[in-house]
Design a protein. Structure first.
Length: 300
């Protein structure tokens, strides 16, 4: 199991093991980023500021409804050319915070490259649940497919990207049976990116996080990508984390990567050198190996 090189492994105690070799205290430590950073809101403020700057530079179609709900909205930053590939980004925030307005900033990298950048809005928890989050993002992607021509996008070149809890939600999109649920092509998605995400929710169910997530066993199982990998089709995936993510944030994506490949699907691993959990999100806008791999996946 990789060591958390940023802070070292959690101190052991004499308590009972609740998951793998972790006590309850150790498990909570693995999944609690607030214990590593004095003020996690600083990263949110930075992303919000960068995004506000980009919205002044790049004209977008903002607050486009994809459904009837108050938060059923998305922002679209169209590429100049017609039939452009589409990148749909799902934001993170431990499922409890974050907003589409904080993730306009990668449009500055994607739009000039000829990719239409879309960011989804959805209910955080509360009032949402993992079930409603997954459904809202599925609804958004179905809307994008059906309406791509209205903003010059190619419905046959949709890629879904996400970071942190958005990485989890992106993985759930890759596992979706689009034909069964929406009557759309089963291969609707042509690629995916899942960075610093959680793909098996059992340890989350057993950790402090379930105090706000309120999952029962049925909910964590149906919303765990590793337990819902499709047999028939999965798009090529980029799966990874930051070098300084915790041991669990290494183990989880590696397990999902291997389970995906075991089913015969294509997936590649990315560990971003020198980056901690929150810095991974900036790799979606900064020239580097992750961005170049995404562009290669998109064929641009």
């Amino acid at each position: 199991m990789p060591q958390d090189v940023a802070t070292g492994d959690a101190k052991t105690n004499a308590g009972a093991k609740v998951y793998l070799n972790y006590t309850a205290e150790e498990l909570d430590w693995q999944y609690d980023h607030s214990k590593r950073f004095a003020d996690t809101s600083a990263f949110n403020r930075d992303r919000a500021a960068k995004s506000a700057e980009v919205r002044q530079k790049i004209k977008g179609q903002l607050n486009v409804p994809y459904g009837p709900g108050k938060t059923d909205l998305l922002d679209i930053y169209p590429a100049a050319q017609k039939d452009a590939p589409i990148g749909v980004f799902i934001h993170g925030g431990a499922w409890t915070r974050g907003a589409k307005n904080d993730y306009s900033f990668p449009a500055e990298a994607f739009v000039p490259r000829g990719v239409t950048w879309i960011v989804t809005e959805f209910d955080n928890i509360p009032p949402g649940t993992l079930d409603t989050m997954v459904k809202q993002n599925r609804d958004a992607i179905a809307w994008v497919y059906r309406n791509a021509s209205s903003f010059g996008g190619d419905p046959n070149r949709i890629h879904v990207l996400g970071h942190s809890s958005g990485g989890h939600l992106s993985a759930m999109m890759q596992c979706t049976d689009w034909q069964k649920l929406y009557g759309l092509p089963g291969d609707l998605l042509k690629g995916g990116v899942c960075m610093s995400g959680i793909y098996d929710l059992e340890p989350i169910f057993l950790s402090y996080r379930n105090k706000y997530l309120g999952m029962d066993e049925g909910m964590w199982r149906r919303n765990s990508p590793i337990h819902n990998i499709r047999d028939d089709y999965m798009p090529p995936l980029i799966i990874g984390c930051g070098e300084h993510d915790t041991a669990e944030f290494h183990r989880q994506p590696l397990a999902f990567l291997e389970a995906t490949k075991k089913k015969g699907h294509k997936a590649q691993w990315f560990e971003l050198a020198g980056r901690h959990h929150f810095a991974v999100s900036h790799a979606f806008s900064e020239d580097g190996p992750l961005l170049q791999a995404i562009f290669k996946q998109m064929g641009v």
